[in-house]
Each structure stands twice: as C-alpha cells, then as structure tokens.
Ligand binder design. Sequence first.
Ligand code: CMC
Length: 441
Amino acid sequence: MTETATASSTETDGQSLTVRDNRTGTEYDVPIVDGAIKAADLGKIRTDEESPGLAVYDPGFVNTASCRSSVTFIDGDKGILEYRGYPIEQLAENSTFLEVAYLLIHGELPSREEYEAWVHEITYHTFVHENVKGFMEGFRYDAHPMGILMASVGALSTFYPESRNIADADNRHMQIVRMIAKMPTLGAWAFRNAQGKPYVYPDNELSYTENFLAMLFKMSEKKFHADERLVKALDVLFILHADHEQNCSTNAVRSVGSSQVDPYSAVAAGVAALYGPLHGGANEAVLRMLRRIGSVENVPSFIEGVKSGNERLMGFGHRVYKNYDPRAKIIKKACDDVFEVTGVNPLLQIAQELEKIALEDEYFVKRKLYPNVDFYSGLIYEALQFPPEMFTVLFAIGRTPGWLAQWLELVQDPEQKIARPKQIYTGERRLDFVPREQRWS
Ligand code: CMC
C-alpha cells in the first residue's frame, strides 16, 4: 500500500522520497520541497492509529532546517558567504557596518536618503536611560562584560514596555534601531566598569565605530579621535560578524522569539548563547595557544602534538566551512592595516608559520581544516588594546543586526510556530510513590 503525505505537486516539482516502513510493509511517498522533507510528514508514519508517529532524532540540529530564510547564504565547501546575496568580500571592501546592518534588516541596499536617515536614527538613539548606568555600577569589579551585556540588553525591555507589541511594524523598527544604537554603549560601559573608569557618554558627532572606541578609551581629552585605519579595521570586523545563518546564538534568538516575547529578551538569549566557549570564545583560545607556543622554532613540535591528538589547533576547522573561511582571508588583510598603525604583534609570525605548515600538511589537508574567522581576529583585537574578555562583546555588537534581521523574519513568517522540539523519553514509567516515612524507615 502506498500513502502520500501532503504538499501539492507544484510545490514539489514532482520530487518525492519513497519510504517503506518494514514494521507494516506500508510505503509512503514523502514530497521533497527545496531539497528537504517535512518532519511532520514522517509523523504520519505509524504502526497503528494509537501509536506515536515516526520522529526525527537530531541533537544539535545537525541536519534539520528550522526555518526558511533569505538573510544569509553559506556554501561551506566552496568558502562562500553572502548577506542578502552580496558576497562578504565586496561588503567588507566597499561598505560600512551601518549600511550592512540596513541591508540585513531591510533586505536591500539603501538609497542615499534611506542611508542618511538610517545613520541619523541610529546615531540619535545611542544614549541609554540614566538608570541603566545605575544598575551597571552595581556589578562587582570583576564582572565579565558579557554577563553585564546580557543582563543590560534584557533589562532594556523594562525601559521600553511597548516593545512587547511585536505585531506593529513601526514599533518593531523602533526597537531594532534602539538595539543597534545602544549595544556599543552597553558594551563600552561594561568594559569601563571592569576598569573602574568613569563611563563615557556617546559622541553623536563621531561615526558608529569611532564613537564606540571613544566610549571605551576616552580619558580627559576634550575630543577623542582614533586613527581612521583602526576605525576601518574594526568596522570591517563588525561586518564580518554581522550574520552567519542559523548558528547557536541566532537559533537561541529565534527560539526565544518564537514565544512572541519582546526583541530585547530574545536578543539577550542570543548574547547568552554567544557567551559560551564553543561559540564566541575561540579567538581568545587562539591567543593563549600562540603565547604557549612562544616562538616560530616551536611550531613544528606543536603541529606534531596536534597530529598525535594531544593538542587542537585553535582557530582551525569549522562545522560548515570545509574550505578557507572567507572571513579569515579578509581579517588577514585587516591585520596588515592595523599593524601598520600599532606595530606588529610578535605572535603574528607564529600564526603565519602555523598556517603555512598546516595548509601543506596531509593531516589538515585530508580533514579539510583551514583557518576560520577566529585565527587572526584575536591578534587584531589585542593590537587595538582590548582585553580578551571583551572579544566576545565585540562579536555581539557585530552580530546584533543579524540577530534582529532573523528575528524580524521569524515574527513575519506565517509558517513559524513556537519552538517546541520533541524528545525521546528514556526514563521510568508508572512508579508508585512511596511516602518519606516508609522510604526512610
Ligand atoms: N585541530 C586539530 N584537529 C582538528 C581540529 C583542529 N582545530 N578541528 C577538527 N579536527 C579534526 C578532528 O580531530 C577530527 O579528526 P578525526 O576525523 O581524526 O577524528 C576531524 O578533524 C573532524 O573534526 P570534528 O571535531 O568532527 O569537526 P566539527 O565540525 O565537529 O568541529 C570545530 C568543528 C570548529 C568545533 C573544530 O574544528 C574545532 O574544535 N576547531 C577549533 C576551535 C575553533 O577554532 N572554533 C571556532 C570556530 S569558528 C567560529 C564561528 O563561526 O562561530
């Protein structure tokens, strides 16, 4: 017997998968749409009316698409990354972070008027309520800036209670502008808190990225100005981190956002996910590794340690990219620009030697291990005087437009539902409760 599970033939272009359930002998035609089958169609496969339908077990969503998205395209085998169809190389070379943010949020590049209005809006929402400063001061001197950022982004929802009204397009726009604008202010203040230095208010005469540097590093000077090559390098790093399709933190934003909570709370979940060492923390590990290697002469023995399984070459390898991470290529170039201003970080030589040897070595070639975005970014951040705890905050500022573009897509997508995965229950059933007096006697 053959049964067909939903979707019209126009949607599927006639493509389908035939599944035979060997428990019952029934065959099912499961439609294939855009190279995927619907998990719900497999749910129709059951041994009888009473039994649960077939489920898909996929810890970590390694092969499960959770949404349709038109924000970011990645081809990991070819090393391609595109935002809204534009190659990352062209955006990094010719665009600005705020223009890329506009592109991600609106889906297309802005006209001159649209760009100017967008930059104006973002610039004039950089200030935060004075009470934010008050509660930030309440964190201990050694509070991690990512912990402060996560808490303060979430707290913004209490300052803008209207943000709950996510069905209203103007309201959504307002919160998106506020969040992109205020993230650098919150990140910079988290940094100043750790240093015991007074918080610096935004300077609306500066560009987005230069203003961020001013809030971080300004002391008693009347006006802060950074070298424009450093501003450009940091702007490029923000562009490179702006989105990366359904990674762990974006998935967290979408999952929490699917409950229809306000966007500040959803983005706070994204910051929390990014805080974890498997996601936002690898560049810090690269720096530690380079310091441990210590000099170029020690590189061959370190590589031998990696090949024998005693070490991991941090900043190499990626779940999606099985080719040179396109972001790593751009960062390598930005390194040259930054070191021209700051002087060369002595660790660069070690990193270059590691890359040279690894790219020729069979162990790495066979496993398709190439430098990823984190291999060189830590060197730049260090040259820009950031302590390692701030690296993930920089990532969060860059990723904010991506999180918001994905959130916007989610709340407007009629196919989306509240995120609620299935489980395979492995525990006990129907135990009889024994009261404490009997258990303990
Ligand atoms: N050094 C040495 N061997 C490695 C490395 C590495 N960095 N990465 C993977 N391998 C080996 C691994 O041992 C395995 O070998 P075998 O087949 O002999 O067991 C093989 O390559 C496949 O590795 P995997 O761990 O199954 O690959 P994965 O897709 O699960 O892991 C990864 C991806 C990024 C976690 C991993 O490559 C890694 O730990 N890299 C170092 C940490 C790092 O740089 N992370 C930043 C990722 S980019 C940030 C972002 O985009 O958000």
